[in-house]
Design a protein around this ligand. Structure first.
Ligand code: NAP
Length: 325
């Protein structure tokens, strides 16, 4: 028996309810994890609203950190008492305890406290694949990264800086500017007040950037294309403002033989080996001090709806977590 956030219909934050739930023992290849901290990610909002449909009723959340309480009969590489985290589901991380396939769990280095891991593993592995595998960011590249003061943004901009890039970040509000500058950005554009394309062109001697990382979606898609140099790549990896509408591919020819990709963490961590390699790269860069993870804004588990309201309203910076007790 434990508590969990569940929802029976899609909709606003009010559809989230805090319920008593019972949990069976772990299946042979699962571990049962007692959560100490739970990650809140924008994808949880897409699941709640139905943008990414899930079978209902359902639990919510893909990411948590905690301690293994029990192991299924076929699990040999993990044991009760291990400090672990997971960041690719199964859905239902907004709970006190959850059964997770052992193959989707990573063990935690001692330098990573639970709150910091829950605040950063999903976002950090996202930064890892975006900057190292979707587009290989090299020393001397100038990149544009939207929502630079957000959860993914703060981690990715620091990491891009560590890779030797010049980082142009965007923020929605001038109050977030200094934070973005402290987390890897060399230049910050306040999107609501400025002509982004003009500023990016000024900062790149008219050329534009070779890559834009865009998690805002509908509102920024065309602007992002216009910030690219010929043969540039738009990495469209989220929909915070809504999904990008259907695109006339001819536009990519007109704007300079551009590339567009729409990646997801799930593909880039599809096998246990890919998952472990991505997590290790993230733990290593945090361990090196080149990427710093701030203490997240914490809400109680039964305040999940409040956490969603804060994230959706663009009022947050950095990461949010839920605390199960
Ligand atoms: N594809 C993947 O593998 C993957 C994995 C992880 C995350 N993501 C995506 O990465 C993005 C960031 O995730 P996160 O959890 O770290 O969230 P976050 O960046 O902390 O929050 C989203 C930010 O988007 C900006 N935004 C712009 N227009 C918005 C709008 N209309 N409504 C809400 N926000 C708006 C806001 O920053 P400003 O006000 O500063 O503009 C807001 O703070 C999300 O789009 C998420 O889906 C994708």
């Amino acid at each position: 028996m434990g508590h969990a956030i569940r929802f029976e219909t899609t909709g606003g934050p009010e559809v989230l309810t805090y319920q008593h739930v019972s949990l069976p023992p772990p299946l042979p290849q699962e571990v049962q994890v007692r959560h100490h901290a739970i990650g809140v990610n924008f994808i949880d909002i897409y699941h709640r609203t139905g943008l990414y449909p899930v079978p209902l009723p359902s639990g919510l959340g893909l990411e948590a950190a905690g301690v293994i309480e029990a192991c299924g009969s076929q699990v040999s590489e993990l044991q009760p008492g291990d400090r672990v985290s997971y960041a690719t589901g199964p859905l239902g991380a907004y709970s006190q305890v959850q059964n997770v396939p052992a193959s989707r769990v990573v063990q935690l280095p001692s330098h990573m406290p639970f709150d910091i891991v829950a605040a950063s593993l999903l976002k950090g592995m996202t930064a890892e694949y975006l900057l190292r595998r979707t587009f290989h960011v090299k020393p001397g590249d100038t990149i544009l990264f939207h929502a630079a003061a957000g959860g993914v943004g703060q981690i990715a901009c620091q990491w891009a800086k560590a890779l030797g890039a010049t980082v142009i970040g965007t923020v929605g509000d001038p109050a977030k500017r200094d934070l973005a500058l402290k987390h890897g950005c060399d230049h910050v554009i306040v999107s609501r007040d400025n002509n982004m394309v003009e500023i990016v062109r000024q900062l790149t001697d008219g050329r534009g950037v070779p890559v834009v990382f865009d998690s805002i979606g509908k509102d920024t898609f065309i602007t992002s294309l216009d910030c690219l140099s010929p043969f540039g790549t738009l990495v469209s990896f989220g929909n915070a403002s809504g999904p990008v509408p259907p695109v006339d591919l001819g536009l990519l020819a007109q704007k300079g033989s551009l590339f567009v990709t729409r990646p997801t963490l799930m593909t880039y961590t599809a096998t246990p080996e890919m998952l472990q390699a991505s997590a290790n790269a993230f733990f290593d860069i945090v361990g090196s001090g080149k990427v710093k993870i701030n203490q997240p804004q914490a809400f109680a588990l039964d305040e999940a709806a409040e956490a969603h309201r804060a994230l959706e309203s663009r009022k947050t910076t950095g990461s949010l977590i839920l605390k199960p007790d």
